[in-house]
Write a new protein. Structure first.
Length: 128
């Protein structure tokens, strides 16, 4: 198990009302944070109070949420494009059934089925 370091001298803990170097290494809120500082791009590996880390962690959480929302919107837009194409194909087939001869209608239906299978294959590819 790693040794929990003491806090830097000179600051008082607002919860315990004692010098931080005397109490923080025993406090359950004294924790280690590792990661990448998004503002500077520098690797972070520091010990500190969880309450003190909250603003930084909330900013990181908001950033991750925005990224997930953007990815969801992109996937939604791609799905809408695919289904618009299917809708247009089906509308074109439905618009001209009277002009097709019996053999040609079977070909058109077969083409529509193949296109339909391709749409589902493309959709499955989006989620991999």
């Amino acid at each position: 198990m790693t040794q929990i370091p003491r806090a830097d001298p000179g600051l008082d803990c607002p919860l315990h009302r004692q010098p931080m170097e005397a109490v923080c290494h025993k406090c359950p809120w004294w924790l280690q944070v590792r990661g990448l500082n998004r503002n500077t791009g520098v690797e972070v590996d520091s010990w500190g109070c969880a309450v003190g880390f909250l603003p930084m962690l909330l900013i990181e959480n908001a950033s991750q949420t925005r990224g997930a929302a953007a990815a969801t919107e992109e996937a939604r837009n791609r799905i809408v494009e695919v289904f618009e194409g299917v809708t247009q194909s089906l509308a074109a087939i439905a618009a001209e059934p009277a002009t097709l001869m019996a053999g040609e209608s079977a070909k058109v239906i077969a083409i529509a089925r193949e296109e339909h299978r391709g749409v589902y294959a493309r959709l499955r590819g989006l989620w991999r």
